[in-house]
Write a protein that binds this ligand. Structure first.
Ligand SMILES: NC(=O)c1ccc[n+]([C@@H]2O[C@H](COP(=O)([O-])OP(=O)(O)OC[C@H]3O[C@@H](n4cnc5c(N)ncnc54)[C@H](O)[C@@H]3O)[C@@H](O)[C@H]2O)c1
Length: 253
């Protein structure tokens, strides 16, 4: 893809799953990848993998709920070149999903904890990244979800945060587009990360496959490829969009 080589790109939430796959893909495209994750060890090990594959990367722990911690990650990303050319905001509190029921059954503490990471955290990274992206003419790519569109009987907090991310992304796109910042989002459908693969049955996988219009389930590499494209100069005229990577899940006959 054009325009990724030697660019500094921050992946916030890149220690595992989709974020890790994206960091590896960006590294393979020649970008200098800064990987931040709550799990510092996971971030460092993804960075080591990028380097082992011939790329350049650095990993660090951070907590998206803590503004100073986000600021410190941004400072780390500025170290290689003094510029940040792209930010992928991918963090989500996935561990809490099993307690995110319907709006009546769900304790407000679950709602608050989901908001803190999935929405307030995205706002915080956006706030601190934009001054640097204005200097570089950089791109922001958020990870949203099909949950922003689907009508779901549970995980209502999660769906609200993903709809909120879409609104935040469009706000950034229209507010700063003419000044050179592009903001877009990738909306994964059910994506078979290794963590999910280890925990679900073959029957459930078959059920998810039955919901889509593709011969196989979505992989983290599919999402990574889309993020890399949206970051690249090949996507120079794409701004304010949500790209569904869901195997055709939202198609209706
Ligand atoms: N896997 C799917 O089926 C799927 C579907 C739709 C959307 N998504 C979205 O894709 C993104 C990645 O999901 P994934 O399946 O790879 O999950 P994941 O749990 O592997 O990735 C989320 C990352 O965020 C990090 N994180 C959580 N809280 C944090 C905090 N407070 N500070 C910093 N980092 C924190 C985690 O440590 C983890 O590495 C999420 O935004 C998720 O909502 C995933």
């Amino acid at each position: 893809m054009r325009g990724l080589r030697d660019k500094t790109i921050l992946v916030a939430g890149g220690g595992t799953g989709i974020g890790a796959a994206t960091a590896l893909r960006l590294g393979a495209e020649g970008a200098v990848v800064i990987i931040g994750d709550y799990d510092a060890g996971a971030a460092q090990s993804v960075a080591e993998q990028v380097v082992a594959d011939g790329g350049r990367a650095q990993g660090a722990g951070f907590d998206v709920r803590d503004r100073e911690s986000v600021a410190s990650l941004i400072r780390l990303a500025l170290e290689p070149s003094g510029e940040i050319d792209g930010v992928h905001i991918n963090v989500a509190n996935m561990a809490i999903l099993s307690r995110d029921e319907d709006v009546v059954a769900t304790d407000l503490s679950v709602f608050d904890a989901t908001m803190d990471v999935n929405l307030r955290g995205h706002v915080c990274v956006t706030q601190l990244a934009i001054p640097h992206l204005l200097k570089s003419g950089g791109a922001l790519v958020y990870t949203t979800s099909e949950a922003a569109y689907l009508s779901e009987p549970t995980r209502f907090s999660y769906g609200i945060t993903k709809s909120g991310i879409n609104a935040l992304m469009r706000h950034v796109a229209i507010r700063w587009g003419r000044e050179g910042i592009r903001a877009n989002a990738v909306a994964p459908g059910f994506t078979l990360t290794s963590a999910i693969d280890a925990h679900i049955s073959d029957e459930l996988k078959a059920e998810f496959l039955g919901n889509i219009h593709s011969p196989r389930l979505v992989s983290p590499d599919d999402i990574a490829a889309t993020v890399a494209f949206l970051m690249s100069d090949d996507a120079a005229s794409i701004n304010g969009q949500v790209i569904n990577v869901d195997g055709g899940r939202i198609l209706r006959a």
